[in-house]
Write a protein that binds this ligand. Structure first.
Ligand code: ATP
Length: 252
């Protein structure tokens, strides 16, 4: 669905070119240390920054060939730290940039646990509520929650759980995995929480120094010894028959 063909950036911030695909039905996690190039890679995948080497194709067509309006219906990016502008009602923010009807806005608000706040001014929302509001807006933009939608496009999220409590983290990650599996969305999340990536992602890309250095299932990529070297951290990997995916704990 979204294909990188030897794509990357040669100018700063650099991203070593590589090839891969983000498939419909897949939840992909991008992990790596601060400054590894995760947000830079999202800017490449979204088309907000044009590849300086190779190209990125969406549904077989180079991103550069898509009109802004058509691209907005097919892929959405939720970046970090977006300014909400002025104090308009949350439901108007969620409807922004889409032709969603009021029912679709309500579904997006409900999916992100925001329905009771629909008429609240966005500047009064807490950090976690604002983060969920931006995800609701992106789902509206793609029409992902419409009963008839079968192939709901590409959703790119930069640290979508950074302001969420553990209950909201779980609900969001379940929602995203469910949308990938039932609506055939291709979803890519930058995550700092390696246990969330391990538990919910189908596949993980590991970045270091502007280069993708590993790709595979969580069990293949998220190995404690490798991560200790990359993050300069000391970790224990817990082994239990309850878990089919890695469980990592910071050592005291
Ligand atoms: N416009 C720019 N000019 C120069 N360097 C930049 C620019 N934008 C980003 N960088 C640098 O490129 C590197 C990668 O940045 P990026 O934001 O992609 O990292 P990241 O992996 O998302 O980090 P974090 O986990 O801290 O969010 C960083 O060292 C950053 O300082």
């Amino acid at each position: 669905m979204l294909e990188l063909r030897c794509a990357g950036f040669t100018s700063v911030p650099r991203l070593t070119p590589f090839s891969d695909r983000l498939e419909a039905g897949e939840l992909l996690a991008i992990v790596g240390p601060n400054g590894a190039g995760k947000s830079t890679l999202l800017s490449l995948l979204s088309g907000f920054r044009r590849a300086e080497r190779g190209c990125v194709r969406l549904d077989g067509r180079p991103l550069a060939d898509w009109s802004p309006a058509r691209l907005a219906r097919r892929r959405a990016l939720v970046a970090q730290g977006i300014s909400l502008g002025f104090d308009w009602p949350l439901q108007d923010l969620v409807a922004l940039g889409s032709d969603a009807d009021p029912g679709a806005v309500q579904r997006a608000l409900a999916a992100l646990d925001l329905l009771p706040l629909a008429e609240r001014g966005v500047l009064s929302l807490s950090g976690g509520e604002r983060q969920r509001a931006m995800i609701a807006r992106a789902l509206c933009q793609l029409g992902s929650l419409e009963p008839t939608t079968q192939d709901a496009g590409v959703l790119l999220l930069d640290e979508p759980t950074s302001a969420l409590d553990i209950g909201q983290q779980q609900r969001l990650m379940r929602l995203l995995r469910g949308l990938a599996e039932t609506r055939h969305m291709a979803i890519c999340c930058v995550l700092h929480d390696l246990n969330l990536a391990a538990r919910f992602a189908h596949r993980v890309w590991l970045l270091q120094h502007g280069e993708r250095i590993a790709s595979g299932t969580p069990g293949e990529v998220l190995r404690a010894r490798r991560l200790e070297a990359i993050f300069d951290a000391q970790l224990d990997q817990l082994h239990s028959t309850h878990f089919t995916t890695p469980v990592l704990a910071l050592r005291l």
